[in-house]
Design a protein. Structure first.
Length: 179
């Protein structure tokens, strides 16, 4: 909405020495650039989606995994999927491996700070989508809330469970791709 309003601004080319007209000219130029980039992004998304679905059909079929998330997971796995020898290896690579951070009687875990942050964001996106729309995940979350866990702690657990699904799907996709 703001972009369309900026694109509709008018200015006098002969009056660009006035701050209002110079600002309007700059805003019109920026609005045109934003519109062009948005159209380019849409076109690229239309190209990427079928390629990702063809390359990784099982990963793309997972609940909460769209073309962008699947593409990021494929990028994280990289050219050498053999390094992902287990779910734990993928969790470590994505920064979703739990590390004990307990103190006294309080038992807590934190996530591994290293790893691919973009892949961790992809797992976060899947977990949020599942928390909101997937009945199985909602059935998992509700008792955790009554136990007193915070949303952040529940997401940490969900990311690790999500890695299990993603690993199984990625492994099957890479096995199908192998010559």
């Amino acid at each position: 909405m703001l972009v369309s309003r900026c694109a509709a601004l008018t200015y006098g080319p002969a009056r660009l020495h006035q701050p209002e007209h110079a600002t309007a000219a700059a805003l019109v130029g920026l609005a045109r650039r934003v519109t062009a980039l948005a159209e380019e992004i849409t076109a690229l998304d239309r190209q990427v989606a079928p390629i990702v679905r063809q390359t990784a059909p099982r990963t793309s079929a997972l609940f909460g995994v769209g073309p962008d998330v699947a593409a990021q997971l494929l990028t994280t796995a990289g050219d050498n999927p053999d390094r992902l020898h287990s779910e734990a290896a993928l969790a470590h690579l994505c920064g979703a491996a739990p590390i004990p951070a307990s103190s006294g009687r309080v038992r807590r875990h934190r996530l591994h700070r290293e790893g691919d942050r973009d892949a961790n964001h992809a797992l976060h996106t899947i977990a949020l989508c599942r928390m909101r729309y997937d009945q199985r995940t909602r059935a998992y979350v509700h008792p955790r809330i009554t136990e007193g866990l915070r949303k952040q702690e529940i997401l940490r657990c969900l990311k690790r469970y999500t890695v299990r699904d993603v690993y199984t799907a990625l492994h099957a996709d890479f096995t199908a791709l192998a010559p």
